[in-house]
Design a protein around this ligand. Structure first.
Ligand SMILES: [Zn+2]
Length: 601
């Protein structure tokens, strides 16, 4: 115990020297924070150390290494802000989640900069993170909370950022969620985190708002999201790679070299200053103190320790992920046999399950809007989905339908209308593609694009609202749940892309043995504006003939019934129905057919 204390003091001294070199910034406040926790909770160090020893003892065993089983951690980000720059954007938060999901999968683009002597140690932790879609009360959520505060700067010793009563935000149940707070931290501390064994009221990760994510308020050299990667490493039990001591203190991990103290800045591999304790320092490890752009890796045994900690000390996260990471927010996927997905983007429409993704994190994204210019607008109603121009950035912007279930053997049709900017001052083409994806992200796209168009923007011969109609038959994706993504990827200084009136319909026809033969039933004209004629020519008398007309929302708007009917015709007046697609269902005893009818005026 005495020895530990001694090394803590030595470590504080080392940090202070480092702090002066780096404009009074402290890369990680964990040593300070853990002293505060020990003062508050007498069992803290003992609880943490026993868990650490248990995990470190088995970290090198193969069953805790990468195994193909990916763990998902539900995350809530608490934004605590006094001013507008502290109130960081959703895009900045998403950029941090993206970094975590790359770094903990060994998929970060800079992992190839790991020097050859350590390359075979760099490991995929097989841990992913989702912004929670369901909150502790079972309600849908973005996984982001925002709390306005009068507190200018939050103290690492009082942990007031984690408490409602002290101007912060109390955590969501820390057993079920990884709580990440962002705000202004006192003392130039970039971030701090709690290891397994921490009392619930303090458990989680804190990162200063200028070191969070990769855009917005993030500042060089801490603008690549690695402060949070480092802190989440602590949250899963990892210690600093130099063990917070000298060559006599290890980090408890077998495959990291002994290291005398923390590194800093962006060292040059092989230079004399990067060796200590008789070996090359692994200064590019996420658990060192180097700049964001100079840390790239966890090792195999670090991964083993973290996965053991997730499995044994934080496993309620994995159970909760089944609910809290459900991309439908607990709603489940649409069953199109119960009705189509229809979206006109009108005020009052149900936007549940629809999502927008600003993939390049710029200040432009798809918005429900009344259109761009007075001569521009929705195809129908008062609103449409619109992407409007950026003078400087190429578009990389998505929106996704809600999830829906598809099955082999059934037929699905996607219909939508799109238009582009109609202004002679803009000459760049608008690029749109439409894809199916297993998640509402570009990461899980299925097959190739179902639709792609590059549209020249200005055509003086086209009327305003020059919407184009697209109808697509979806290929067979097997029995699964999918989303349809609309991707605008125009070059910079583009004008606008508009989409309206999306319909996703199960158009499966019944099997032929139960289908009414085409010669026995016809409906015409189609499209129809006033009178729809239905001709019946059955080769036997139908005891019960039943007809209903259904609109795209699944609502039956007209029914007809006849008994002992064989040959003849009926007329249906559609002149009072709005233009659009309808389905005419005809039931003739045990046979049936469905015909799509377009009312057009
Ligand atoms: Zn640290």
């Amino acid at each position: 115990m005495k020895k530990t204390l001694l090394f803590s003091i030595a470590c504080l001294f080392a940090i202070n020297i480092f702090a002066q070199e780096e404009n009074e910034l402290i890369r990680c406040g964990n040593v300070l924070h853990q002293e505060a926790l020990q003062a508050k909770f007498p069992d803290f160090t003992e609880n943490v150390n026993s868990r650490f020893s248990e995990a470190a003892a088995v970290a090198a065993q193969p069953e805790h290494k990468s195994s193909g089983v990916v763990y998902t951690i539900p995350v809530v980000v608490h934004v605590v802000h006094k001013n507008s720059s502290e109130n960081i954007s959703d895009a900045q938060i998403q950029s941090q989640l993206d970094v975590l999901n790359l770094d903990f999968r060994g998929m970060n683009s800079d992992i190839n900069q790991v020097p050859g002597m350590f390359a075979n140690l760099a490991a995929d932790a097989e841990i992913e993170f989702c912004l929670a879609t369901v909150d502790p009360n079972g309600n849908q959520t973005t996984g982001i909370t925002r709390t306005a505060t009068n507190v200018s700067s939050f103290s690492i010793s009082s942990d007031n950022i984690k408490q409602d009563a002290l101007g912060g935000k109390s955590p969501w149940n820390p057993s079920n969620y990884l709580n990440i707070w962002t705000g202004e931290i006192t003392g130039g501390i970039l971030g701090y985190a709690t290891p397994p064994g921490t009392p619930a009221s303090s458990d989680g990760v804190v990162v200063g708002y200028t070191y969070f994510g990769t855009n917005g308020s993030a500042i060089f050299p801490y603008n690549k999201g690695r402060t949070c990667t480092h802190e989440v490493g602590h949250y899963f039990g990892l210690r600093h790679i130099w063990g917070d001591g000298n060559c006599g203190i290890d980090d408890g991990i077998n495959d990291t070299p002994l290291q005398e103290s923390n590194s800093g800045g962006c060292p040059v591999f092989g230079s004399p200053s990067t060796t200590s304790c008789g070996s090359q320092d692994m200064f590019m490890n996420f658990m060192d103190y180097t700049d964001d752009r100079c840390m790239f890796m966890f090792t195999n045994d670090q991964v083993g320790l973290m996965r053991y900690a997730v499995e044994n000390f934080r496993n309620a996260l994995l159970q909760n992920a089944e609910v809290a990471c459900d991309p439908t927010g607990g709603e489940g996927c649409h069953d199109l046999t119960e009705g189509p997905i229809v979206m006109g983007f009108e005020n009052g429409d149900d936007f549940g399950g629809w999502s927008v993704l600003n993939n390049n994190g710029d200040d432009k994204q798809w918005n429900v809007s009344q259109g761009v210019e007075p001569e521009w607008g929705p195809r129908t109603g008062n609103e449409c989905m619109a992407y409007t121009w950026s003078y400087t950035a190429a578009a990389d912007d998505w929106f996704f339908t809600p999830c829906f279930s598809v099955q082999t053997g059934r037929d699905y049709e996607l219909r939508f209308w799109y238009a582009t900017g109609n202004d002679p001052g803009f000459t760049f083409p608008e690029n749109l593609r439409v894809v199916a994806s297993a998640s509402p992200t570009p990461d899980d796209i299925l097959g190739t694009a179902e639709f792609e168009d590059i549209v020249q923007p200005y055509n003086p011969n086209l009327p305003n609202n020059n919407y184009q109609d697209v109808t697509l038959s979806l290929p067979d994706y097997g029995n699964t749940d999918i989303y349809i993504g609309f991707h605008c990827y125009s070059d910079a200084d583009q004008y606008a892309m508009l989409i309206d009136d999306i319909e996703m319909v199960d158009i499966t026809t019944v099997s032929t043995e139960n289908a009414i033969a085409p010669e026995a039933f016809q409906a015409y004209p189609n499209p129809v504006s006033e009178l729809l004629t239905m001709d019946f020519n059955f080769d036997k008398t139908i005891e019960n003939l039943h007809i209903n007309l259904v609109d795209l929302t699944g609502k039956t708007i007209h029914t007809e019934t006849r008994e002992n009917y064989g040959i003849g015709n009926l007329q249906l007046d559609v002149s009072n129905y709005p233009s659009g697609v309808y389905f005419l269902n005809v039931y003739a005893d045990e046979q049936m057919t469905t015909q799509k009818v377009v009312v057009s005026k």
